[in-house]
Design a binder for this molecule. Structure first.
Ligand SMILES: Nc1ncnc2c1ncn2[C@@H]1O[C@H](COP(=O)(O)OP(=O)(O)OP(=O)(O)O)[C@@H](O)[C@H]1O
Ligand SMILES: [Mg+2]
Length: 315
């Protein structure tokens, strides 16, 4: 349904510095009814990729297609597109206006899109789909009168009211406590089943990916470095970066792998494999013994295909 092909998004360097290649060659497919988790450490380009998939950031190279057609970046076409593909942000990032009632927050999208049907009924339906029932009881409430979980449900209702085909959720539960987190995730899963909704869920949290996603894409410095089904990637990770991310989870077996080196900087992506400076497999001599150390230093692994098969960008 949604596809990124050879997607690049760069930002001009600050103070005349080098260009930041925030998304640096990404292929990614999202099928109908599929939930894909996009994981990776802070600054690896997850939000930039998500915004680009939504048409909010035009790619520097490559393209995004929806239902087989390339995105049209004219404002009218983008407005129609954003009815089909909705962004869900976490509420503490200010996606709810404190001066708007729940009703107005949810109706806003309908008004922008000049909805011709029964607005009240559509708002009530979206709120109850998001688990706020009876919906009418929430119409005149303000965000500060709600719990964190309820606010996140209002944000989700605001996306659902336009009957999208796909949600792009950027850290939808990052600020919620554990019990509420589970409820919001259960909600996303239910929506997938009831509405055949697809979702790209951006998260730092691999445990969350495990609970919700069909497929995982692990991002490092602007690239997807490993992808596959959740079971494959999280129980038998192949890329040393994924292995390191998993090794620091609280219940991981074995010693945690703490990555050496500086945090990655998209304005200075190294030659060869972009992970080589921090790669434990290269540092330990294992890559040398396998006869690939030269390739690690000099050859950029190929861009992974966007489909569902298990792949890792590692020599
Ligand atoms: N508008 C911008 N101008 C310049 N650089 C930017 C801009 N937006 C993002 N970047 C840079 O692009 C890189 C990727 O940022 P992005 O926000 O996509 O990361 P992220 O994976 O979403 O991180 P986090 O997990 O912290 O949300 C970062 O180095 C960031 O500094
Ligand atoms: Mg982000």
């Amino acid at each position: 349904m949604l596809r990124a092909e050879g997607l690049h998004v760069s930002f001009p360097g600050r103070h005349g510095g080098d260009t930041a290649r925030a998304v640096d060659g990404v292929d990614l497919d999202l099928r109908a009814g599929e939930i894909v988790a996009l994981v990776g450490e802070s600054g690896c380009g997850k939000t930039t990729l998500a915004r680009s998939l939504l048409g909010l950031l035009p790619p520097t190279a490559g393209r995004v297609t929806f239902d087989g057609r390339p995105l049209d970046y004219s404002s009218g076409a983008l407005r129609t597109y954003r009815k089909r593909v909705q962004l869900v942000l976490q509420d503490p990032s200010g996606s709810l206006n404190p001066r708007h009632t729940v009703y107005d927050a949810v109706a806003e999208g309908l008004r922008i899109h000049r909805y011709g049907g029964d607005e009240r009924a559509a708002v009530a339906e979206a709120l109850s789909r998001a688990g706020l029932r009876p919906a009418e009881r929430f119409f005149q409430r303000y965000p500060h009168e709600l719990s964190g979980g309820q606010r996140q449900r209002v944000v989700i209702a605001g996306a659902l009211v336009l009957e999208p085909k796909l949600l792009v959720a950027d850290e939808p539960v990052a600020s919620l406590d554990a019990s509420v987190r589970g409820e919001i995730l259960a909600l996303l899963l239910r929506l997938r089943d009831e509405l055949d909704l697809s979702a790209l869920v951006v998260t730092h949290d691999l445990g969350l990916a495990w609970n919700i996603a069909d497929r995982v894409a692990v991002m490092y410095l602007g690239r997807i470095v490993e992808t596959g089904s959740v079971e494959q990637v999280l129980s038998a990770p192949r890329h040393p970066y994924t292995q390191a991310l998993l090794s620091v989870l609280p219940d991981a077996p074995g010693e945690p792998v703490v990555l050496a080196g500086e945090p990655p900087d998209p304005s200075r992506i190294s030659a060869g494999c972009r992970f080589h400076a921090r790669c434990p497999v290269l540092a330990s001599g294992e890559a040398e013994r396998a006869g690939v150390a030269d390739a690690c230093l000099t050859r950029d692994p190929e861009i992974l295909g966007g489909g569902g098969e298990e792949q890792a960008a590692c020599h």
